[in-house]
Ligand binder design. Structure first.
Ligand code: PRP
Ligand code: URA
Length: 246
């Protein structure tokens, strides 16, 4: 088998080496073994500019967030296994040698509610039928410590690869809770791919120290946190701006 959860081989490793050169993986972040940041283009920077602008309306915020979610997730999905596939095109009997995502039945999403539903909905739209687990974690507004209120994971999650989504990685407290709960339910660290839009270096340091096997893909990495543990420069409260509850 391509994937073997028990002996830990080849999860999130590209099995088809001849495509590695052609398909570009998100860049590794210096100093981290398993942290990646998406390619910056003028277009992604313009989307981040709209997202971070305090004057952006909810409509603009949602539009730029959705666009970035699509770009970040498509880079993150590079770590899911693919198999070669040759198809016939309608022209002159020509063939095209491409790829097909494989082992999808052993893939699932876990969304850290509430803000991460913006990302989970995107995956469900493009990969319908993928099981989506939910875990409701809210930061205490005063202490910024995470509180876990609810979880419902797909059956047999311990045998699946988990794409864990949350747009903001600040102190890393919420993501660390979610990862620990996944591990307690039997999911090996190396089967977890965390995807976020903005990460603070503090959060990356906490997660990579506690869970060195977890792979992380983020859109941009910010310089730090303020005294209220908000990411700086950041974008404010993602959930409130996306859902219009600010
Ligand atoms: C936000 C965000 C993360 C968390 C990040 O959620 O979506 O879950 O904060 O902060 P941390 O890394 O310091 O834990 P929040 O608790 O504000 O709830 P929301 O999803 O309802 O916006
Ligand atoms: N949660 C957010 O939505 N934004 C931050 O900057 C920190 C936590």
């Amino acid at each position: 088998p391509l994937h073997d959860a028990k002996n830990g081989k080849s999860w999130f490793v590209k099995p088809w080496t001849s495509f590695q050169a052609a398909a570009s993986l998100p860049d590794k972040v210096p100093g981290y073994e398993r942290v990646h940041v998406i390619k910056r283009t003028y277009f992604t920077i313009s989307l981040f500019t709209q997202l971070r602008d305090l004057n952006s309306s909810q409509e603009i915020f949602v539009k730029s967030a959705r666009h970035l979610i699509s770009i970040i997730l498509s880079e993150a999905l590079n770590f899911v296994p693919f198999m070669p596939k040759i198809v016939n095109t309608p022209v002159d009997g020509a063939t095209y040698t491409g790829l097909e995502m494989t082992d999808v039945e052993n893939l699932c999403v876990v969304s850290i509610l509430r803000a991460a539903d913006s990302m989970a909905d995107h995956i469900s739209h493009h990969l319908p039928g993928l099981p989506v687990g939910k875990i409701l974690i809210q930061r205490d507004e005063k202490t910024a410590k995470p509180n876990v209120f609810f979880k419902k994971f797909p059956k047999n999650i311990q045998a699946k690869r988990v794409i864990l989504v949350d747009p903001m990685l600040a102190t890393g407290g919420s993501a660390a809770e979610a990862i620990q709960i996944l591990k307690d339910d039997g999911v090996p660290e190396h089967c977890i791919l965390m995807v976020c839009i903005v990460a603070a270096d503090e959060g990356l340091q906490l997660l990579t120290k506690r869970f060195p096997q977890v792979r992380i893909v983020c859109g941009e990495i910010d310089r730090g946190l303020n005294s209220q543990k908000y990411i700086v420069p950041g974008l404010g409260d993602f959930g409130d701006r996306f859902f219009g509850t600010n």
